[in-house]
Design a protein around this ligand. Structure first.
Ligand SMILES: [Zn+2]
Length: 75
């Protein structure tokens, strides 16, 4: 039973995006398409840091001009 299931499972070797080595792209590899947990975590870390950098750009952090004008008009 188990043998038949293993044989029926599609097994492909792909290139690991993390290290460029061989990676088993199958259900038995939870880190696919990476070859190992290390490569997967490293890739996620890179994405996270990059996203943080992009998201750190200030857009609504300059409350000036409008408030000053309103105060001037009121007074
Ligand atoms: Zn790898």
């Amino acid at each position: 039973m188990a043998e038949r299931r293993a044989a029926d499972e599609p097994r492909r070797i792909v290139r690991c995006p993390g290290c460029g080595g061989d990676s088993v792209y199958a259900l038995t590899n939870p880190y696919r398409p990476f070859c190992s947990e290390r490569c997967r975590l490293a890739d996620l870390g890179a994405w996270a840091s990059e996203g943080y950098r992009v998201d750190a750009s200030p857009s609504d952090d300059d409350p000036s001009g409008d408030e000053d004008e309103a105060a001037s008009g009121a007074a």
